[in-house]
Ligand binder design. Structure first.
Ligand SMILES: O=C(O)CCC(=O)C(=O)O
Ligand SMILES: [Fe+2]
Length: 345
């Protein structure tokens, strides 16, 4: 298999013309099976929607500490809200970033049966920046639609019926507003090496066009820069999608290195339905993907890295809740004491 040294750029407007669609799908297939990361251009999200959100980020993170504390993630059983720099660790190191985690605005389900239904619930909006709510909601709406359109193309690129991946989708998608403050030293860990574990696909807006930071690990172990390209979104595969495609489409490791200049970014994590069982994830497409890439894929390349498969979890939602409880222990103790006792030991 070839290795990649840059991230492909795909022009989604080529999907509008039957004459150019096949070439787009062929390039998409290569990106899916050999890179796991791509840029999309001409994706149809209005520049004003993106621009309005980008414009609010400095004001949001410039709010006084009390305003941030008022929407702290620790208040939320749904793990939505503000967390400060150093609150998260990735790959054993502290991440130097602060973030506001949002999601599709949903009411709590009072009759919620399974504990992981607790992931569903309303956002915490900062009172001091009322403009944020309509702008972020509009952005989530646009990205939800783009995500579905993109999944149709992915299905076609993998020789499947267009709607093949819709039955896995959640009613809740998550949006993170992220600020990497200026780092005291070069190559400070903004976020350590990781694969995106929470979503189906990630759509990332790099909101500081002149600041480099995001890097992707290729198969030879080299870090490949993913510079911001105005007007594009960076798209990458989440671990659930790797599971469902039996490792044909890989969730690729990436990280952010902070520098002497602050950086903003906005990843949208397309959600996977919480009640998805391991069997439902693995069985339907097993035969289809068994026929893929034979001869080029080594056993190692097909190895799937997912807690969902190795742990004792009934559903995707349970695996997600476990991850959340372990990374935000205060919330775990306060809102899910029984699961906390089981998962944090
Ligand atoms: O900020 C970025 O560019 C990437 C962030 C990221 O990888 C994540 O939050 O999962
Ligand atoms: Fe990520």
């Amino acid at each position: 298999m070839r290795d990649f040294t840059q991230i492909p750029i795909l022009d989604l407007s080529l999907s509008d013309d039957p004459a150019t669609l096949p070439d787009l799908l062929s390039r998409l297939k290569t990106a899916l099976t050999e890179v796991g990361f791509l840029y999309i251009a001409n994706h149809g999200v209005p520049p004003s929607v993106t621009g309005d959100l980008v414009h609010l980020l400095p004001a949001l993170f410039g709010l006084p500490a009390e305003a941030k504390a008022a929407i702290a993630l620790e208040h939320s059983p749904h793990f939505l809200g503000y967390s400060g720099a150093g609150a998260e660790t990735t790959a054993g190191g502290a991440d130097h970033r602060e973030q506001v985690e949002l999601a599709t605005e949903l009411a709590v389900r009072p009759e919620a049966g399974a504990p992981w239904e607790g992931l569903r619930g309303p956002n915490q909006w900062p009172r001091e920046l009322p403009e944020l709510r309509p702008v972020a909601e509009r952005y989530i709406e646009e990205l939800t639609a783009l995500g579905e359109r993109f999944l149709r193309l992915v299905a076609q690129a993998l020789s499947l019926p267009e709607d093949s991946f819709f039955s896995y989708l959640s009613d809740q998608h998550r949006l993170k507003l992220v600020h990497y403050p200026e780092a005291p030293l070069p190559d400070t860990q903004g976020v350590g090496p990781h694969k995106d574990s929470s979503g189906w696909w990630t759509f990332l807006l790099q909101a500081s066009p002149d600041v480099q930071g995001l890097q992707v690990l290729n198969k030879s172990g080299a870090w490949i820069d993913v510079p911001a390209i105005p007007g594009t979104l960076v798209v990458n595969i989440g671990q659930a999608f790797e599971v469902v495609t039996h490792g044909v489409c890989k969730a690729t490791t990436h990280r952010v290195q902070s520098s002497s200049r602050e950086r903003f970014s906005v990843p949208f994590f397309q959600g996977v339905r919480r009640d998805l069982t391991r069997r439902q994830a693995l069985e339907p497409l097993a035969n289809h993907f068994a026929g893929f890439g034979t001869g080029t894929e080594s056993g190692e390349a097909r190895r799937i890295d997912s807690l969902f498969l190795t742990g004792e979890y009934e559903t995707w939602g349970e695996a997600q809740l476990r991850t959340k409880i372990r990374s935000h222990r205060e919330n775990g103790r306060a809102f899910y004491p029984e699961l906390y006792a089981r998962y944090v030991k």
